[in-house]
Design a protein around this ligand. Structure first.
Ligand SMILES: C[S@@+](CC[C@H](N)C(=O)[O-])C[C@H]1O[C@@H](n2cnc3c(N)ncnc32)[C@H](O)[C@@H]1O
Length: 271
């Protein structure tokens, strides 16, 4: 049953790519399945899951179809694509490793008011620049290329780390150790102790550089750094409780967050 939810997200992506009337029948079929299986909450509805990835992919496609091929248009198209990749991949990886807890919020679309606000402000800053004289001052190809580079690395770290950690990775920080929880120290986790957070950080700042959003680039940099400082501080405290000396010796060998910049976050170092 849980696998159907994971599959629903895939179905949403596929039907938006092939974009045919079949989509209506498939979504209607999922709705029927939901009604027959009497799901207790809307959060766990396969129709909602399929519709969400369908909507994210369709908005991206519309962007690619109707936005111009100028610098601002391309940066906006890529921003939509990047948001779509981020949220759909969050759902797909997490529902694959934790099918029993897959639900609408696994897309992380509604994970905090601050995040929603930040995304809205980024669109507003992008739009305001169009209304002022000489918008080309802000939309430039160099920023676009640097942004794309940072965003690609961000996606690579975020998705790679989630797959690397497998079932040990959960969106919510675990307060008590599960029997199956093991310490991951290889692959991405050899580069730094928090590769998925590093990926998220690079992705969020990279998207704003890509858009040429000066205010949001600085704002996202400061707020994400602040957010991950607090989160990592607490997470490392729990990991020390779970794994003790194993975590201590891992932290001695591996950078905390940004490789080569050990003091990037204001989090106390474990030694
Ligand atoms: C949202 S994930 C973030 C993982 C990690 N901080 C990162 O950035 O890739 C949070 C969960 O991952 C677990 N976790 C973090 N680092 C881990 C590691 N090296 N091995 C196993 N589990 C880990 C924590 O216990 C927590 O419940």
């Amino acid at each position: 049953m849980e696998r159907i939810l994971c599959l629903s997200s895939f179905i949403g992506v596929i039907i938006s790519i092939f974009n045919s009337y079949l989509a209506i029948f498939i979504l209607a079929g999922l709705l029927l399945f939901d009604l027959l299986s009497l799901k207790p909450t809307i959060e766990k509805s396969s129709t909602l899951i399929a519709f969400t990835s369908f909507a994210l992919c369709t908005i991206t496609q519309l962007g690619f179809e109707y936005l111009p091929d100028s610098c601002w248009g391309i940066s906006l198209k890529l921003y939509l694509l990047s948001l779509c990749i981020f949220h759909v991949s969050e759902f797909l990886t997490q529902s694959y490793f934790h099918p029993q807890s897959a639900k609408f919020s696994t897309y992380l679309l509604n994970h905090s008011r601050e995040y929603e606000l930040a995304i809205i402000i980024s669109f507003i800053e992008h739009a305001i620049k169009l209304a002022i004289p000489f918008p080309e001052m802000f939309y430039n190809w160099l920023a676009l290329c640097i942004g794309i580079f940072v965003v690609v690395i961000g996606h690579f770290f975020r998705i790679g780390a989630e797959i690397n950690a497998g079932s040990n990775f959960t969106h919510l920080i675990q307060n008590s150790k599960k029997e199956t929880h093991t310490l991951v120290t290889s692959g991405f986790y050899k580069i730094c102790r928090h590769p998925s957070y590093l990926g998220w950080f690079l992705w969020s700042v990279g998207t704003q550089i890509m858009l040429g959003n000066i205010i949001c680039s600085i704002g996202f940099f400061i707020t994400s750094r602040q957010f991950f400082s607090g989160r990592i501080y607490y997470e490392e405290y729990t990991l020390l409780e779970f794994f003790g000396t194993e975590y201590l010796s891992y932290s001695k060998k591996t950078s905390q967050f940004m490789p080569f910049f050990d003091n990037f976050l204001n989090t106390p170092k474990i030694t």
